[in-house]
Design a protein around this ligand. Structure first.
Ligand SMILES: C[S@@+](CC[C@H](N)C(=O)[O-])C[C@H]1O[C@@H](n2cnc3c(N)ncnc32)[C@H](O)[C@@H]1O
Length: 275
């Protein structure tokens, strides 16, 4: 692994559809943390993470789970936060921030008590191979925890928007976004495939928990749609949306009348067999 921030050649062909360098990215990764951390912590906490554990957080974004893990493992433990663009992860005494690509990073075998990745493998066409690499880096008896959004129902997220035009624009936005990330190699259904993928990769005791919450206009989930529609504006316009539709989506996302489903968040946990 490379511990110095630098631009890696393979970042240039990254299939990840967003970009931590853009002006909206800091906002985006902090909203992701605010939206999902309670569900991630609820799934991670029962694993009994102890002082001294070594953890790997893959694609940490804002680094909120990196820091939660660092608090659990204490001064005798360690957390590695590995991201192609880790600039939003704050430093910490027992944290190493690594600029690298999980598809090719040099990972020490049998090293980690816990490997966590949230909203990363969905975007990577080599996701099964990446999962295999994460499993190999996990100690026998250690845990791999993968959280992903299920993007398979872009038409079914709408519950109430302020007008028929806003409803139509929001559905068009969800379809265009899903198509965009799929065209870059994302698998919209990967969230539901992870349990089988984990068993294929040799993990045991596989379990999953799903969260399907409501997002109100003006709250972080809807503000994330607003932020993403800005970060991906050029690509969404290329994909056939028009600017008026994007403006209608943004306006609806701050309107307190708006009510949508979140993308269902599925967290799957599997343990590496002990030898
Ligand atoms: C959607 S964000 C999720 C951030 C965080 N895990 C969360 O859920 O709040 C995806 C993160 O994965 C990183 N990422 C994307 N492709 C990656 C790769 N091939 N290797 C390592 N990190 C990657 C991105 O830079 C970004 O920080």
């Amino acid at each position: 692994m490379n511990a110095t921030p630098m631009v890696l050649a393979h970042q240039l062909d990254s299939p990840y559809g967003f970009d931590n360098d853009t002006p909206d990215a800091a906002n985006q990764v902090h909203m992701l943390a605010g939206i999902m951390d309670p569900d991630s912590v609820a799934a991670l906490d029962p694993l009994g993470i102890r002082p001294g554990w070594r953890c790997l957080d893959v694609g940490p974004g804002a680094g909120s789970i990196t820091h939660w893990l660092a608090d659990q493992v204490g001064a005798t433990g360690h957390v590695t936060a590995l991201d192609i663009k880790p600039q939003h992860v704050p430093a910490g005494d027992n944290i190493t921030i690594v600029t690298d690509d999980i598809r090719t990073a040099d990972l020490e075998p049998d090293h980690y008590d816990l490997v966590h990745a949230r909203l990363v493998l969905t975007h990577l066409p080599a996701r099964q191979a990446v999962l295999g690499r994460l499993v190999a880096a996990t100690k026998p008896g250690g845990w791999v925890v993968i959280s992903e959004w299920d993007f398979t129902h872009p038409d079914d997220l709408t519950l109430h928007l302020p007008s028929p035009e806003a409803t139509e624009a929001f559905i068009a936005y969800q379809r265009a976004l899903t198509t965009l990330i799929a065209n870059r190699g994302a698998d919209a259904a990967w969230a539901r495939r992870v349990p089988t993928a984990m068993r294929t990769a040799g993990l045991v005791d596989v379990q999953a928990v799903a969260a399907h919450r409501l997002w109100y206009g003006g709250e972080p989930g809807c503000l994330l749609h607003q932020s993403n529609s800005q970060q991906l504006e050029a690509s969404l316009l290329d994909a056939g949306m028009d600017l008026n539709q994007l403006l209608a989506v943004r306006e609806a996302m701050v309107n307190p009348e708006t009510l949508t489903w979140q993308y269902p968040l599925i967290t799957t946990l599997g343990r590496r067999p002990t030898r």
